[in-house]
Each structure stands twice: as structure tokens, then as C-alpha cells.
Design a protein around this ligand. Structure first.
Ligand code: NAI
Length: 339
């Protein structure tokens, strides 16, 4: 008996430690991104409770996802009256609520609708879970994140360490496209993408790609590849021909970003990530919001890393994007000021 106890004790030490688990609220959970993201988050070992909120169709999504035999407990919340319960106690709030881009629409066309939605949801976060990390997917990210920052500031609960615009989709696209060029497994490819999350403000640092692009892949091809990464959203919108924008790849990207946040919260950091945050990069101190490489720790952004060496064309794009990025930031701040 004593021997058996000793073996059991030893076996329990050999068990991998269970990760710390957190409550995650997903706002816009019944949408094109929200549904596959609900499924992916339900699979996370870091989530104890997954609160799914939307203004339409949440009961169905919550019932469906709750039948998955994974650890997270799923709750469904429909309409503004049920938003406080979705948010109470949340450690991480992920926001894909809003309207997506339709053919012919630019990200800025979405501005007025999505700006109001993000402002309203952020005000509720300030009230019900002011310490939560907030990851914003709703476009235009270049403006919706400054809006959220203003709303949180006004409520006296803003911390730049906990507010993120999710730009991971640009990175996963860059990884996938560079993998095609170099003939590598995309999981082995690293391509930093920095700046913002629309058109020219998306700056893929192809000069830092690992494995590197071959020398035979000349300047014209690099330019075309950068343009493809910047405009990949349009590629999907056109291919879907009126049936929506990027949802599945975005859900994957958001799940990857959420996983980084939760691992960092659990103390497994520093975790390397990139996101659009309210920290100017050392290379462009006049830009108050910028997607930079980061190290995440238990309480959020621990360190904003330098962009690393840029080639001449990347330096030029960094200079060229400034007016547009500053304009989008100002537009967000002005919108929040009028609310
Ligand atoms: P969708 O229209 O399929 O889903 C949006 C969901 O938000 C709907 O279920 C809708 O009921 C819900 N919603 C609307 N107002 C709400 C509110 N006040 N509170 C809670 N939920 C609300 O749109 P989709 O395709 O899921 O896109 C969502 C957003 O994500 C869009 O703004 C889109 O532009 C953006 N997006 C961002 C990307 C990124 O890389 N950051 C990539 C792709 C899309």
C-alpha cells in the first residue's frame, strides 16, 4: 500500500502542471469571425469560462459550442441587458463586433458604425471589468483602438499595457505567403509586420524574414509581395464575392493572439507578440499608436521592442505611412471626443 502511494505521488509530480485558467469574453461571438473564434477558444486549455456575447443569435452559438467536450464552461449572453454578466470577472475581452467590409468599401467606410459599437462596448468594459486585457479586432483598427483608449481614459481605467489592436492576421498572411516563396512550412517562417492595420500602414519587414527570401527574389518581387500582404483582405473580399470578408483566417489569428495573452497572464512569459498598442516606437516617436514587436508579461505589455534594421524601401514606407496613420488616430480621438 505504502509503495502504491509512493508511486501515485511520483506520478502526480510527473503530470504536466495544469495551466492557470481564465475567463474570456468574446463580444460579437455570433458573427463570421466570432463563431469560428468561439470554437477555437473553447479548445484553449487556458480558459475556464468562455462568455459569448452578441446582439443576435448568441443562444444558438453558445449551445452548439458548449457541446464540445473541452474544459471551458460556455455561457451565452444576448443583447445589452446581458452584457454586464458576460464581462464581470473577465480577464481578457476579445472584440470582433461590428460590420465587415463589403466589396468596394474601404476600412474607413466602416468607421462610423464600428466606432460607435467599439465605444459602447469599451464603456461597458470600463464599468464591469476595468482590469481586463482588451483585444480589438473590429475595423478600422487604426482608429478603433484610439477610440477605446479615449473611452477608458475618460473612465479613469486606461492602461496602455492592456489595450491591443489585433494585427496578427497581417503576420499570419505574411508567414503563409513567404512560406510559398521559400518553399518552407509556414510554421517555420517568421516575418515581422509592424505599423498599422490598413493599406500602406501595414509594413511587412521582408528584410527580416526567416528563412530569408532568396537574393533572386528581387526588389520588384518584394514590392509585389508587400503589396499582396497589405491588400490580402481585398483578395478574400473579392473571392467571397459579396459573402463576407476574412473570417476563418482571422479567427485563427485571433485565437493565436489570445493564446499569447493567456500564456503571458499565466506567468509563462515573456511571450513574444506583435500588436497595435498605445506606445510610440523608438523609430517613430511621433506616432502615438503603432504595431510593434512586444514582450508580454503577467500584467500586459512588459517591453516594446525596436523594429530592428529596416532596408531603404521599408524606411520609406515607414515615412510614407505617417500622415495616414496619424489621420486615422486623430479621427478616432475626435470621434471619442464627440461622444
Ligand atoms: P459579421 O457581420 O459576420 O459579425 C459581426 C457580429 O457583430 C455580428 O454577429 C453582429 O450581430 C455583432 N454585433 C454588431 N453590433 C454589436 C454590438 N453592439 N455588440 C455585440 N455584437 C455586435 O462580421 P465579421 O466578418 O465577423 O467581422 C467583424 C469585424 O472584424 C468587422 O469590423 C471586420 O471589419 C473586422 N475584421 C478585422 C480583421 C482584423 O485583422 N483585425 C480582419 C477581418 C475582419
Amino acid at each position: 500500500m505504502a509503495a502504491l502511494n509512493r508511486i501515485q505521488k511520483l506520478a502526480s509530480h510527473l503530470d504536466p502542471p495544469k495551466p492557470m485558467r481564465f475567463k474570456v469574453a468574446l463580444l460579437g461571438a455570433a458573427g463570421g469571425i466570432g463563431q469560428p473564434l468561439s470554437m477555437l477558444l473553447k479548445m484553449s486549455p487556458y480558459i475556464s469560462e468562455l462568455a459569448l456575447y452578441d446582439v443576435a443569435n448568441t443562444p444558438g452559438v453558445a449551445a452548439d459550442v458548449s457541446h464540445m467536450s473541452t474544459g471551458a464552461r460556455v455561457t451565452g449572453h444576448l443583447g445589452p441587458a446581458q452584457l454586464p454578466a458576460a464581462l464581470k470577472g473577465a480577464h481578457l475581452v476579445v472584440i470582433p463586433a461590428g460590420v465587415p467590409r463589403k466589396p468596394g468599401m474601404t476600412r474607413d467606410d466602416l468607421f462610423n458604425i464600428n466606432a460607435g459599437i467599439v465605444a459602447g462596448l469599451t464603456a461597458a468594459i470600463a464599468e464591469h471589468c476595468p482590469q481586463a486585457w482588451v483585444a480589438i479586432i473590429s475595423n478600422p483598427v487604426n482608429s478603433t483602438v484610439p477610440i477605446a483608449a479615449e473611452v477608458l481614459k475618460r473612465a479613469g481605467v486606461f492602461s496602455p499595457a492592456r489595450l491591443f489592436g489585433v494585427t496578427t492576421l497581417d503576420i499570419v498572411r505574411a508567414e503563409a505567403f513567404v512560406a510559398e516563396v521559400v518553399g518552407a512550412d509556414p510554421r517555420d517562417v517568421v516575418v515581422p509586420v509592424v505599423g498599422g492595420h490598413a493599406g500602406i500602414t501595414i509594413l511587412p519587414l521582408l528584410s527580416q524574414a526567416r528563412p530569408p527570401l532568396p537574393a533572386s527574389f528581387g526588389a520588384d518581387k518584394r514590392k509585389a509581395l508587400s503589396a499582396r500582404i497589405q491588400d490580402a483582405g481585398t483578395e478574400v473580399v473579392q473571392a467571397k464575392a459579396g459573402a463576407g470578408s476574412a473570417t476563418l483566417s482571422m479567427a485563427y489569428a485571433a485565437a493565436r493572439f489570445a493564446d499569447s495573452c493567456l500564456r503571458a497572464m499565466a506567468g509563462e512569459g515573456p511571450v513574444a507578440e506583435t500588436a497595435y498598442v498605445a506606445f510610440p516606437p523608438s523609430e517613430a516617436p511621433d506616432l502615438p499608436f503603432f504595431a510593434s514587436p512586444l514582450r508580454l508579461g503577467k500584467t500586459g505589455v512588459q517591453e516594446v521592442l525596436p523594429l530592428g534594421p529596416l532596408d531603404a524601401s521599408e524606411r520609406a514606407t515607414l515615412a510614407d505611412m505617417k500622415p495616414e496613420l496619424l489621420g486615422s488616430i486623430r479621427k478616432g480621438v475626435d470621434f471619442a471626443g464627440r461622444k
